[in-house]
Design a protein around this ligand. Structure first.
Ligand code: NBP
Length: 480
């Protein structure tokens, strides 16, 4: 017998609870379940008036409450708990039912689970959800993988609860088969790391080189947020910088320990990029900057190393410098999105996902942490040319980065001279220059490899592979 709930959510911590409420507020009947039943009861007691909920204490009751084909969302801690919950529910399901994992799973786990459940006749949809707890309640950006058939059943519900872009389009689209959704969510988080690092570097430069106070930097970010850098992260940065610590009366940013964590998806993005051979240097620098910040003892032991101390510019030059930092930030941001989309493109090719990059940019326009006006431009670029080799091949982005480069170089040079670390800005600029270079020193690298390991090399003037007899008369032999 089938029940009346169009969707069920099991795992009612912050994310599951808010997602369940979002479904209910949008008119869906929602079945609820949690390992610890008191959380299910608490949700109904507190928010039962927001819509129609069917509370279930046991797995059997939960499954029985769902209409067929059943759609069951798992929102538990990623990893072993997800496997445990799948094993609890899968035996109770029937062919054609859909299990949805909305947790932050590694896409390789999603691929494995999808395959195992497909063999049992059950659809498994790994869904990337971004926007934190607020997003889950008010409209997240949703990145579902899985079969086309499962999206036909699930998509309309997801599109209803998703964030909406300014043009009204829902921020949910079928990304591609099996782990494609979780892969794209992973890269989203990697780009988020890079965006945050670049903003932090801009702050550091404005503070140390322009000599601005946190309040003045907040003002600067607010102004930037009305232009091409308009984004959620710039907006909240201004809020954080404008905040004064109640206990000390100091700027909040000055009382927070300057050590950040790096775990989960940022690290995965870099690990997978290495596997795919995609240079995501901006994301990698952001992950490493967080690791470095966390090495307190190492930093303390190194604090007396020689180097310049930044001297703030005279006030008359500070405003001009701030404008240059805006250019550097924008140019570096273009590079980190270029790298992130390259990684999605490479993943799509590797796993046969056929991901539409324009649609990915479109569903990141609202609901998620990296939402930004800029994403509309990326969508337009890919819509105009789906086979764009790189974002930097888009005429408009190329022109913009070209126009920014002089200031970008000046900012990186100032940072180097003044001893302010800017790994994100500098890595982005190096990536840009490496792409532009007519000849790279990789030719020398190949020569070295041939010297010590007979790894062979290709020549610029003829086909084939060659080896030089370095230990002998240095003559060259063709290697096939
Ligand atoms: P948590 O990640 O803190 O997980 C808590 C939930 O997992 C509770 O419902 C708990 O049940 C359940 N659970 C655990 Br732990 N082990 C279980 C097991 N063996 N069997 C059954 N249930 C189990 O919750 P969250 O912060 O709401 O996040 C949920 C998922 O969403 C995670 O994968 C997270 O990475 C992802 N996510 C979070 C955010 C965010 O901003 N927080 C954003 C995007 C995605 P209990 O109540 O009985 O202990």
């Amino acid at each position: 017998m089938s029940g009346t709930a169009q969707i069920g959510v099991t795992g009612l911590a912050v994310m599951g609870r808010n997602l369940a409420r979002n479904f209910a507020r949008n008119g869906f009947t929602v079945a609820l379940h949690n390992r610890t039943a008191s959380k299910t009861r608490a949700l109904v007691d507190e928010f039962g008036g927001e819509g129609t909920f069917v509370a279930a204490e046991s797995a059997e009751e939960f499954v029985a409450a769902l209409e067929r084909p059943r759609r069951l969302v798992i929102m538990v801690k990623a990893g072993d708990p997800t496997d445990a919950v799948i094993e609890e529910f899968a035996p109770l399901l029937e062919e054609g039912d859909v299990i949805i994992d909305g947790g932050n799973a590694h896409f390789a786990d999603t691929r494995r689970r999808e395959k195992e459940l497909r063999e049992r006749g059950i659809h498994f949809v790994g869904v990337g959800i971004s926007g934190g707890e607020e997003g889950a309640l008010h409209g997240p950006s949703i990145m579902p993988g899985g079969s086309t058939e499962s999206y036909a059943s699930l998509g309309p519900l997801l599109e209803r609860i998703a964030g909406k872009a300014k043009d009204g389009a829902p921020c949910s689209t079928h990304i591609g088969p099996d782990g494609a959704g979780h892969f794209v969510k992973m890269v989203h988080n990697g780009i988020e790391y890079a965006d945050m690092q670049l903003i932090a570097e801009a702050y550091h430069l404005l503070r140390s080189v322009a000599g601005y106070s946190p309040a003045k930097i907040a003002e600067t970010f607010r102004t930037w947020n009305t232009g091409r850098l308009d984004s959620y992260l710039i907006e909240i940065t201004a809020e954080v910088l404008a905040h004064t610590d109640e206990a000390t009366g100091k700027p909040f940013v000055d009382v927070v320990v300057d050590q950040a964590e790096q775990k989960g998806t940022g690290r995965w993005t870099v690990q997978i990029a290495l596997d795919l051979g995609v240079p995501v240097s901006g994301i990698a620098e952001a992950v490493f900057a967080r690791s470095l910040s966390g090495h307190g003892a190492l930093r303390e032991a190194s604090a007396s190393l020689p180097g310049p101390t930044a001297t703030p510019l005279p006030e008359a030059d500070a405003a001009r410098f701030a404008d240059q930092v805006e250019q550097a930030l924008y140019a570096s941001k273009i590079v980190s999105y270029t790298q992130g989309f390259h990684q999605i493109q490479a993943g799509s090719e590797e796993y046969g996902w056929d991901i539409d990059l324009g649609s990915v940019a479109a569903i990141w326009r609202a609901g998620c942490i990296i939402r930004a006006a800029f994403l509309d431009r990326i969508r337009e670029a890919y819509d105009a040319r789906p086979d764009l080799p790189s974002l930097l091949s888009d005429k408009q982005f190329a022109e913009e980065i070209g126009a920014a480069q002089e200031d970008w170089r000046a900012v990186v040079a100032s940072a180097v001279h003044q001893g302010v670390p800017t790994p994100g800005f500098a890595a982005a600029l190096s990536y840009y220059d490496a792409l532009r270079a007519e000849r790279l020193p990789a030719a020398l690298t190949q020569g070295q490899r041939d010297f010590f390991g007979a790894h062979t090399y290709r020549r610029t003037d003829r086909e084939g592979s060659f080896h030089t007899l370095w230990g002998g008369d240095r003559s060259e032999v063709a290697n096939g």
